[in-house]
Structure formats: C-alpha cells, structure tokens
Design a protein around this ligand. Structure first.
Ligand SMILES: Cc1ncc(COP(=O)(O)O)c(C=O)c1O
Length: 388
C-alpha cells in the first residue's frame, strides 16, 4: 500500500467516502497534496504536477506566493480574528468598489455563503420570494440554488426558484411576463463552469438586465469564478451594470472568502443603522488574514496582469483547438470537453497536469511560458493518445 492509499484508508474510517469535498473526488480516491510551490503541486507519493486546478480557480498567483504569504503572516502576527472590525475590510471594500464601481460590500467565508446572503438581501429589498436562475449554473451548496430535486432540499425551497435554460430569450421573457412581479432576483453566471464554460450571449445578458429593471427585480451576477477574467469581473465586458454581485475565490488570496457588492440601497438591507436589518454574522467574516492575503493578491493583479493572463489562456486554448481538441471557456479559464472526464483526469494527472475533475483548467500568474508549453504538449499527447 503506498502513502496515498494509506491516507485514504485512514480517511474512510472517519469521513463519509473518505471525503469532505465532493467536487474533488475521483475514483478510487484522489491523491493527497503535500506541497504547492508556484505553479506546481507535489502529492504524497512525490508525484509533481503543473497545477492547472489552482484550487478550483481560487489561486490566481499559484501556491505559496511570497508576497501573499508575507501579508498574511504580518496580519496573523497581529491577531488572526477579533470581535471587532479591522481596517483591512475597509481597504478591501474600497479596492473592490474602485474596481467594480459597485458602492457597498459585505464579506463572508465562501461563495456559497455569498450567494445565500445575496438572495436573502434581494428578497428583503424587493419584498418578493422568487429567484430566476439558469440550468447548469452552479452557485454553491445552499438549499436555494442546488438542483430542485437534490436530496435534502425541501419542496417549499425548490418552489421558490424558477430554473430556465441559459441563453433562451423567449423562455426568459415568457417567465418574466408571467411571474415578473413576484421575482426578487435574476441570478446569472456569465460563463458557468458546470454548464461547460459556455458564455452567456451578449443579447441574453442585456435582456436579463432590461427585464429585471422592467419588472422591479434585481439583476445579480455570480462572479465567484469569473471575477478573474476582468479587473472588475466579467460583467464589465458585457457593458451591463448588475444591481449586486457575488464574489469569492481569488479575492481571498488563497484563504476562505466570499463577498457581495452592489448598489447602496440594495446592500442597505444589511445595515444595522436601518430598521429591521437582515442579520449577517459570521465569526470569521472579513478576518484580517483573509483580507490581507486577498489585498496582496488583488494588488498584484491589476487590469494589465488580468489581460496578460487572459491572453496566455487564449493562446493555450488556440493551440489545443488547433491540435483538434474541443476546448471551451475564455481567457484564463479553459474547459476540456471529452467523453470520460474521470479517465482523462487520471491520465492528465499521471502526465503531470492537475485539472478540475470536470476538465477545468485555471491558469495562474505563476506559470511561465515553459509551463504553458508543457501544459499544451502534455494535454495534447494525453487526449490524442487516449481519446482520439
Ligand atoms: C459561480 C459559483 N458560485 C458560487 C460558488 C460557491 O463557492 P464556494 O465553493 O466558495 O462556496 C462556486 C464554486 O465553485 C461557483 O463556481
């Protein structure tokens, strides 16, 4: 039994299926990471891969980035969490306001929590219940956004969502005609990973904006993954202004994070200065270590770096497509489309490329041009060899 099997045998005694994150399970069990450095990750049997998973898109500068570590350690040395706010959260809110133009911010510890609070805030603001969202878009594990037939979700919760096909303008218009005055929020991911990283069309995004305004509902853009694609998120390239956005992943610099940002009057639902505010606690919300690490990561990822990384991703995608592979996505996010994602995952891992279990690749600024060349050749050889 090797070290990874031994770890799994211990894990399965104390965790269901030996697992605590369904999203990273691969049969028979995943390898165990022991060290990440820059663009590479080493597992418990000493196998080294180029990390194109980057903790499911969260690590924009790869692993153990010295500046981020130093900012986090400096914050931690002054105290990791307080029963008082700190200036770090103000600085983060200021930075996000500058980058997005959205006026008000609140922080939590995951994208799931951000979407959950976004929906509650939208309901409180509009006094309505219904959420319109789109098939195949993943918004985390909160009851109100998982598949309506998912085990454990009450019928009453499922009934508060209307799930429509993405990019189907007629369906969206018909739904808003019928239910528009009961809709609190249209929740849109502009390039949903689970739906294959197929971008929403411009026309559809514009229609979602126009229809939500016309019916007095809010337009929310879930930018938990896509925030890395633009200095203020992917929505900026669609020329739409959402009423509220959810963020997570890269804004924590590798530490747990979530946030919502939006119009002042919408976010006022949470203001303790208002009457009947929506409660928002979170023992570790806006903790200084996450905020300091996130600030360091974002300061190192200005518009010019966003553009450079996206261009790298576009060049890699072009090379893969030119080699005959099917690859979706845009900029620094790529999605390999194959028949058997699990088999591909293992073959790529053995070849030294760590991707998401669904074929997702997320580039980091830690990747050199040589890394990109290696990714291209390993992916092409693996997929051509096994799936051609
Ligand atoms: C678009 C989107 N929203 C929300 C989430 C949930 O974020 P978290 O995993 O931090 O809870 C994810 C996670 O991948 C996501 O991709």
């Amino acid at each position: 039994m090797n070290d990874a099997d031994a770890l799994f045998h211990r894990a399965i005694e104390v965790m269901p299926g030996g697992n605590t994150r369904s999203t990273l399970f691969v049969n028979p069990h995943p390898p165990y990471a022991v060290k990440g450095q820059g663009a590479s990750v080493v597992d418990a049997v000493g196998h080294r891969s180029i990390d194109c998973n980057n903790n499911y898109t969260a690590l924009i500068h790869g692993h153990a980035d010295p500046e981020i570590l130093s900012a986090a350690m400096d914050a931690a040395a002054r105290g990791t969490a307080f029963g008082l706010p700190t200036s770090y959260e103000i600085e983060m809110a200021e930075l996000l306001s500058t980058r997005t133009g959205l006026q008000r911010w609140r922080f939590c510890n995951s994208g799931t929590e951000a979407v959950m609070m976004l929906i509650r805030g939208a309901r409180a603001h509009t006094g309505r219940d219904l959420v319109v969202r789109f098939d195949g878009s993943y918004h985390g594990t909160y009851d109100g956004v998982v598949a309506s037939d998912a085990p454990g979700v009450p019928d009453s919760v499922a009934a508060a969502s209307i799930v429509l096909p993405q990019n189907d303008l007629d369906e969206l218009e018909a739904t808003m005609r019928q239910y528009g005055d009961r809709v609190a929020v249209i929740l849109l991911d502009l390039m949903p990973n689970r739906a294959g990283l197929q971008p929403v069309t411009r026309e559809f995004a514009m229609a979602a904006r126009t229809l939500s305004t016309a019916y007095g509902a809010l337009l929310a853009i879930d930018e938990v993954i896509t925030f890395r694609l633009g200095a203020g998120g992917l929505h900026q390239s669609y020329d739409i202004t959402p009423d509220v956005v959810s963020l997570g992943k890269i804004i924590g610099g590798g530490f747990p994070v979530g946030a919502i940002g939006g119009r002042a009057d919408v976010l006022d639902a949470f203001s303790p200065l208002g009457d009947g505010p929506v409660a928002w606690g979170g023992t570790f919300s806006a903790n200084p270590v996450t905020m300091a690490a996130g600030l360091a990561a974002l300061h190192r990822f200005p518009a010019s770096s966003v553009a450079t990384l996206n261009a790298k991703g576009n060049r890699l995608r072009d090379r893969l497509v030119d080699a005959g592979l099917t690859v979706n996505g845009s900029g620094s996010l790529l999605r390999l489309i194959v028949d058997d994602a699990t088999a591909m995952w293992w073959r790529l891992y053995e070849a030294g490329v760590l991707v998401g279990t669904n074929g997702l690749l997320a580039l980091s600024t830690a990747m050199s041009d040589e890394d990109i060349d290696l990714i291209a050749s390993r992916v092409i050889n693996t997929i051509r060899g096994r799936y051609a």
